[in-house]
Design a protein around this ligand. Sequence first.
Ligand code: PGA
Length: 249
Amino acid sequence: MTPGIRPLIAGNWKMHGTLREAVQLAEALRDGVEGVDLLVCPPFPHLHAVAVALLGGRVAVGAQDCHAAQRGAHTGDVSAAMLRDAGATHVILGHSERRTNHGENDAAVLAKTEAALAAGLLPIICVGETEAERLAGLAESVVEKQLSGSVPYGFVTAGGIIAYEPVWAIGTGRTPTESDIAAIHAAIRRILVARFGPAARTTRLLYGGSVKPANAAAILALPEVDGALVGGASLVAADFLAIAGAVPR
Ligand code: PGA
């Protein structure tokens, strides 16, 4: 953890669950965990019902993507303002599954991030290397390029969040070593502070990729790791709460 930063544990529900299951999961999480910010990111059709179920609770709601335009002829897409209207406060952008399955590049992530900020949504920009890039010793330079291409001015002062998610660790049960996670987080902090100044010292840097109750305490204790972006384990209320409970305090 970075001293002075309030931790955030975010759940990315991806394309899982019925509406009923989403609301039940939200209800099980409602009371949250003392001293930790919690966020869940349901699929679009479940977002509003989840937001209603969480009203008055300790858990915020985010989306998993948004379009860069405010409105228009974009069949199948959703604007940042619509998400805000439906109850979202955050939006995940540039997740590797979006980059891979939908060809999103850094410029697209930048445009979406600007749209999110304009609509008053807090963006969580995902960055991270592939396995081939890590093996080639390129992890840090890949992350640096993603940050420089996708993080707009205004991001840091608005409270934007970065998630370091090595592509090869997502949904695989594999994680980088603790020293590799710490090294990339330190690099991200350095890069953001160099570009945005001291305000970036309080930017929240999340780790994502196979976080579960068994490894959460060790990962969350690392310097500059201010929380986690959790996929699979966020679909089980007890596991998600256990991860939040593993935040050092
Ligand atoms: P995982 O997913 O926890 O299932 O590895 C993380 C993510 O994709 O955000």
